[in-house]
Write a protein that binds this ligand. Structure first.
Ligand SMILES: NC(=O)c1ccc[n+]([C@@H]2O[C@H](COP(=O)([O-])OP(=O)(O)OC[C@H]3O[C@@H](n4cnc5c(N)ncnc54)[C@H](O)[C@@H]3O)[C@@H](O)[C@H]2O)c1
Ligand SMILES: [Zn+2]
Length: 336
């Protein structure tokens, strides 16, 4: 099985892009491993979990919380898991975030790896070592940065992925194209969601390309002091509208991308906001939404990336070139 190893500051991760889950037993000792997954993935792929110790969690962001961690840890103790064992998260970003977090704190840290099963987890959540849980309304409030020891792709899981989850994944793919990869943007522009739905080989190449974009950004800045902040493109306004208007994460990010592109036109003489809007719609995503300006501004003011009177905003100099700029809160209010 082909393996590529990527070094991060303090550790490294083996990527098995064309792995196939049947090869999992070559990477971990089946007897000393526990799979953590959710009920949807388990129900749709039960036979793939045969002969593995498996903990099946309820699906959904609302379970990415401490009480789930507690329940899993009790089960790990019951199974007799010790420091030689490996935890394997097989699922979307909720499962990979939870698994990485549990493996980081249990026995002060045991080995873990991921088999991401959503497009979003394949290109984004499984990569970069951020893991954690939500606390009340605060997303990802508690967590660690610790890289998985492996990431294995098996795109057979995508056969059962609901349509709306494809759109969620494409929001992050379009984000990567905007900030880092003009050629990929052109490719996305010439295709649409339907195309990638049908074309296995092309979607596989697209996933790998995106996994590598995120990997490279994280390698340069694991602890998010600079470059990694670019990955927040579309997410500042995105997060502010996400909860308030019951949008899917991908839709909210798309609205944030649309806004950031228009802001880039005003501030940086960026020229291609219309092209970005068009690409978003080709992938079933909105580029704008009506929202209550004051409510959204109130959330933006509380953003973690805020400093005194300004906020670090990710803008575009051109397609494929993201940049971090401070924007005063007063200006931001006006632009909203
Ligand atoms: N750690 C990071 O760097 C990072 C980055 C981005 C997002 N995230 C986190 O990722 C989470 C979102 O991830 P997500 O969008 O994958 O959500 P998710 O894990 O909730 O998965 C979405 C839905 O798809 C189902 N599902 C997953 N794989 C499936 C498959 N193959 N077939 C059928 N159904 C399947 C799940 O059960 C769930 O209902 C958020 O909690 C977010 O904070 C983390
Ligand atoms: Zn996102």
């Amino acid at each position: 099985m082909q393996k590529k190893t990527f070094r991060f500051g303090s550790s490294s991760t083996d990527y098995y892009f064309a792995g196939g889950i049947s090869h999992l037993k070559e990477i971990v000792d089946q007897k000393n491993a526990v799979i953590i997954t959710d009920e949807n993935v388990f129900a749709a792929h039960e036979k793939r979990f045969k002969n593995w110790n498996t903990i099946v969690l309820k699906a959904g962001e609302q379970y990415k919380i401490q009480s789930t961690v507690d329940v899993v840890i009790e089960q790990l103790i019951e199974l007799g898991v010790d420091r030689k064992w490996t935890l394997i998260g097989i699922g979307g970003g909720v499962i990979t975030d939870l698994t990485g977090y549990i493996a980081s704190v249990f026995l002060r840290g045991i080995r873990f790896g991921f088999v991401p099963t959503t497009l979003l987890a394949l290109v984004d959540a499984s990569i970069g070592g951020k893991n954690g849980i939500d606390v009340g309304v605060y997303k990802n409030m508690v967590g660690t940065i610790r890289q998985p020891s492996f990431i294995l792709h098996d795109l057979i899981f995508l056969n059962t992925l609901p349509e709306k989850e494809w759109r969620n994944g494409f929001a992050e793919i379009i984000k990567h194209a905007c900030i880092k990869d003009a050629a990929m943007f052109d490719e996305l522009e010439s295709k649409d969601l339907n195309y990638y739905h049908r074309k296995k080989k092309e979607v596989c190449a697209l996933i790998q390309r995106n996994a590598l974009i995120k990997t490279k950004v994280v390698q340069e800045d694991e602890l998010e002091s600079g470059e990694r902040r670019l990955l927040n493109f579309g997410h500042t306004l995105g997060h502010a509208v996400e909860n308030q208007y019951q949008l899917m994460h991908g839709e909210a990010v798309a609205v944030g991308i649309g806004f950031a592109a228009k802001l880039s036109e005003r501030i940086l003489k960026f020229k291609n906001a219309e092209r970005i809007d068009a690409v978003l719609s080709q992938y079933g995503l909105p580029c704008a939404a009506t929202y209550d300006k004051d409510k959204v501004f109130a959330v933006l003011k509380g953003d973690r990336k805020k400093e005194k009177d300004f906020i670090h905003f990710i803008l575009l100099e051109r397609i494929g070139k993201g940049t971090i700029r401070p924007i005063s809160l007063d200006d931001l209010y006006e632009y909203l």
